[in-house]
Design a protein around this ligand. Structure first.
Ligand code: SF4
Length: 276
């Protein structure tokens, strides 16, 4: 069980934090069908921004980058402004790079706030890296139900964030057995001018998630391997879809088009931190 001392996950030099569960009953404003958080991920604690800063200061020697990510989309309405305030307060109080992940759409006012924070962080030689998740383009809309913004609107968001000077990552993740490699490649094709790197990821599932996502698809030939997570404290053995065919085709497309592609966020973030 998490407590205030152990409110978030810190490991591999990264502090992974969030605004915590949206309510007692709902951890995230969105409800992605494939989301592993509902299936055994050790949820973070909901803290005020001041208390998140205390936690980060207390553990300062254990990380060199902060991920605002993890167990909820902190940037989705109704918490968009609060999550941006969290980035701003961290940037003003801690000398550190920050990356954040979301599926949300920022309005012009919020884009402008992010631009200002990014300009401020750049002046201190720090990076603000925006990672936008897009898990499908035209098929299986039930995977990312309303109110999750349409995939094309999220691609426009990558464009706007890039135009505002932020480093950007497209996260086509997780790779799912019911989406064809061509669909992931299409997402990358449409986004490639606006991103510094592309991420894929294996899918951490259990039997319930597999049923929810794969529904009537024939998955008898799909291989799921047993694995624990190395980015969370839970001890669960997950059924993982490694997506070998998708990885192979996406890797080839990205190589042919000189796009940086990674299956883990850590090397992508490190590349951007060291080369941009
Ligand atoms: S946005 Fe992220 S945390 Fe929220 S439901 Fe989707 S995958 Fe889960």
């Amino acid at each position: 069980m998490r407590n205030i001392e152990n409110a978030f996950y810190i490991g591999n030099n990264r502090a992974m934090i969030s605004l915590g569960p949206l309510t007692d009953k709902k951890y995230c404003p969105y409800s992605c069908a494939f989301c592993y958080v509902k299936s055994g991920f050790e949820k973070y604690i909901k803290l005020k921004i001041d208390d998140i800063l205390v936690f980060l200061e207390k553990n300062r020697e254990k990380y060199d980058i902060i991920y605002i990510s993890g167990d909820t989309d902190s940037f989705a309405p109704p918490r968009t402004e609060k999550a941006i305030e969290l980035i701003q307060r961290i940037s003003e109080n801690i000398d550190v790079d920050i990356t954040f992940t979301t599926r949300t759409i920022f309005n012009e006012e919020n884009l402008n706030k992010l631009k200002k924070i990014n300009d401020f962080m750049k002046s201190k030689n720090h990076k603000l890296i925006a990672c936008i998740s897009i898990s499908r383009l035209y098929s299986a809309s039930f995977l990312e139900p309303y109110p999750i913004p349409a995939p094309l609107d999220r691609i426009t968001m990558l464009k706007k964030l890039k135009e505002n000077g932020l480093n950007t990552i497209l996260a086509t993740r997780p790779f799912l057995p019911i989406i064809k490699p061509e669909e992931y490649i299409e997402i990358i094709k449409k986004s490639k001018k606006y991103v510094d790197a592309v991420l894929g990821e294996i899918w951490y599932a259990d039997q319930k998630l597999i049923n929810d996502v794969c529904k009537n698809n024939d998955i008898r030939n799909i291989n799921f391997i047993d694995k624990t997570m190395d980015f969370d404290n839970n001890n669960k053995i997950w059924k993982c879809y490694e997506a070998k065919e998708i990885v192979e085709e996406v890797t080839k497309y990205c190589k042919d088009n000189k796009i940086l592609f990674f299956m883990r966020s850590h090397p992508a973030i490190e590349y951007i931190r060291n080369n941009y």
